[in-house]
Design a protein around this ligand. Structure first.
Ligand SMILES: Cc1cc2nc3c(=O)[nH]c(=O)nc-3n(C[C@H](O)[C@H](O)[C@H](O)COP(=O)(O)OP(=O)(O)OC[C@H]3O[C@@H](n4cnc5c(N)ncnc54)[C@H](O)[C@@H]3O)c2cc1C
Length: 384
């Protein structure tokens, strides 16, 4: 049993009731299908429509666009519950894409796409990474050339979450000079879009239910009013300004998985016998689990504090980088320690701890690698 947490202002009874509703829905309607989704390598898009219908896809969206107008904490609670149930990060990406539209879309763009994103009729992906660049996004080469009232897009993206299932993409393209100032974001409806092609669905170490794909743009023509926002060249600023929220979408699941790993391991080691006693009763097991439980408590405390600060509008970039760095590193460490305590069974994918260990590995890479987080934190330290 983990210690009681400090109750921040955002943790009111209403949000706890919402959490309960989300948890029950995931357990009843999603978890029973998870094995099939893992085997086929994707979650069908249709699954997100009833999820959206329950108000779980974009609770934070304003009512004017058919959202619930709730605080961002509601979205974080959804991500928390999905991660706890071993569901992958598909809807986190969807939420980030929607936030680009909420914050930078013209009124016409918001009216056109946000209601569909809330209902689940549209599933979104974000296409930034290219075969030649990931961390160094300002080097991206996919180009959108202006041609009359259109843009014509040429290039390729890779590692795109929801790449196979999404029907709406926010794509980073080069509309101008080399470097960050030549980058813009465009929005594509991909169904039957000439010149757009989904390449391979990539086979991954973990997160098998989540589709990750290559995308190709061969002369894709879109109206110029699908540029996100009013002006070209603002893509990088748009990307950067969403980062604290995006980091929260990674560290909330990290905290959830750490807690779940500890719970599962306590349960398992109590019933597993060796040398005439339960594995839990070995001092090594108890010490390891005590360390992991401490990390779980610190991670959750840190994440809850960042959540409150985000809601108060005072979550600075550096705290968000630190939370992403630390929580995802601890997720890797705790899932590894816990797997060890399962012995050989921990290596069997039919055991959740094995899947949690594999799924955790990507957390230190996507959404900005641990090295990039350290570089960003150190950059601020270097400023006098
Ligand atoms: C499962 C999965 C899902 C993903 N989903 C998406 C998605 O939906 N949309 C999207 O656009 N992308 C997505 N990505 C891509 C992901 O964001 C990138 O993989 C990540 O940003 C790292 O980029 P890279 O793979 O090109 O590595 P590189 O940038 O080539 O980095 C290689 C190594 O060099 C290190 N490195 C790079 N620069 C520095 C530096 N300045 N200082 C120190 N070390 C450095 C890195 O930390 C890393 O260890 C996904 C990736 C995966 C695997």
């Amino acid at each position: 049993m983990l210690p009681q947490l400090y109750r921040h202002r955002w943790m009111d009874d209403e949000i706890e009731a919402f959490r309960d509703q989300v948890r029950r829905y995931i357990a009843g309607e999603m978890v029973p299908h998870l094995d099939v989704w893992r085997r086929q390598g994707y979650i069908p898009r249709e699954v997100w429509q009833p999820f959206g219908g329950m108000g779980f896809l974009l609770p934070e969206l304003a009512e004017a666009y058919q959202g619930a107008g709730a605080s961002l904490a509601y979205q974080l609670v959804v991500q928390d519950e999905l991660a706890r149930a071993e569901m992958p990060a598909n809807t986190a990406v969807h939420s980030i894409a929607a936030h680009y539209l909420m914050d930078y879309g013209t009124e016409a763009q918001k009216q056109r796409w946000l209601p569909g994103l809330a209902s689940g009729e549209l599933l979104a992906g974000i296409a930034l990474t290219e075969p030649g660049c990931g961390s160094d996004l300002k080097a991206l080469r996919t180009r959108a050339r202006r041609d009359g009232d259109d843009y014509v897009i040429e290039g390729a993206k890779t590692f795109i979450t929801n790449g196979f299932t999404a029907n709406l993409l926010v794509v980073a393209v080069r509309t101008g000079e080399a470097g960050s100032r030549g980058v813009s974001l465009v929005v594509l409806e991909t169904e039957d879009l000439p010149g757009f092609r989904v390449g391979r669905r990539l086979e991954k170490l973990g997160q098998h239910a989540s589709d990750t794909a290559e995308l190709f743009f061969d002369g894709v023509r879109i109206p110029a009013d699908q540029l996100l926002g009013a002006r070209e060249g603002e893509g990088f600023i748009q990307l950067m300004s969403q980062l604290p929220y995006e980091r929260m979408l990674l560290c909330v699941p990290a905290a959830a998985v750490i807690e779940r790993a500890v719970e599962l391991t306590v349960e398992y080691t109590k019933q597993r016998k060796a040398f005439g006693q339960s594995v839990f009763d070995f001092q090594n097991t108890r010490f390891k689990l005590a360390e992991c439980a401490t990390l779980a408590h610190v991670a959750r405390t840190f994440v809850n504090d960042c959540t409150q600060r985000m809601l108060d509008g005072i979550l600075d970039n550096e705290a968000a980088y630190m939370a992403k760095l630390w929580c995802t590193e601890q997720q890797g460490r705790v899932t590894d320690e816990c797997l060890q305590l399962f012995g050989g069974y921990g290596y069997m994918v039919e055991y959740p701890i094995a899947r949690m260990y594999a799924d955790a590995r990507i957390q230190r890479i996507y959404g900005g690698t641990s090295e990039i987080m350290k570089d960003l934190i150190a950059r601020k330290l270097g400023m006098s």
